[in-house]
Write a new protein. Structure first.
Length: 207
């Protein structure tokens, strides 16, 4: 691909690093931005700069936020005695859309995946265990995607909680096996939260 400008080439190269975007798509996006008012492109640039400079993670649940503690953890309307374990912020957003959960979250930041070199130490599992030991939590809900990696992560955490007296549940299998949580429709996901089952039952039903 021959470029008439180094500035154009640099912009295309940077945008093409985004997932799912090749250089031809990146070129179309760059040319589109050039056709827009400069103020619009400046606003996009400013929002991205603010994102990387000011975004942080909640010190309690590891959700993405702008302050030390996220709005969900701070809300007096949330039941602090129920914790829902999810992979990342996309799952928090998906569950919040259902309006069927009023507890708080714990974001792991991924799932155990030996193939990808992701072990328990790369995830926010230790802080979760410490939180459960130090606080009287009534229920822990596993809401990871029903994939092999999700099930492995659930089981690993479950084995760390044998000495802690707590109710452990998992979302019901209304979510198809192998599907990522964020792509599940909100009605199905909402029902799977409401009709969650004891985690031990899911172990017995696994082939």
């Amino acid at each position: 691909m021959n470029f008439s400008s180094n500035l154009l080439e640099n912009a295309v190269n940077e945008i093409s690093q985004l997932p799912g975007i090749g250089k031809r798509t990146a070129l179309r996006l760059v040319l589109f931005l050039l056709r827009q008012p400069k103020s619009q492109t400046h606003n996009i640039s400013k929002s991205l700069t603010n994102l990387v400079d000011k975004i942080t993670h909640c010190e309690s649940c590891y959700n993405i936020c702008e302050n030390k503690i996220c709005d969900i953890c701070l809300s007096p309307k949330r039941n602090k005695n129920i914790i829902c374990v999810v992979e990342d912020i996309r799952d928090v957003m998906a569950i919040e859309t259902t309006a069927q959960f009023d507890g708080i979250y714990h974001v792991l930041g991924g799932k155990i995946s030996p193939i990808e070199g992701i072990g328990p130490n790369e995830l926010n599992i230790s802080p979760l265990i410490e939180k459960l030991k130090e606080n009287k939590i009534e229920e822990l809900i596993f809401a990871l995607s029903p994939t092999m990696e999700g099930d492995t992560t659930n089981f690993y955490i479950y084995k760390q909680l044998t000495d802690i007296e707590i109710k452990i549940t998992t979302i019901s299998r209304g979510v198809s096996v192998g599907n990522e949580l964020e792509y599940t429709d909100e009605v199905t996901l909402g029902r799977s939260i409401v009709k969650r089952i004891p985690f031990e039952n899911s172990l017995r039903s696994t082939p």
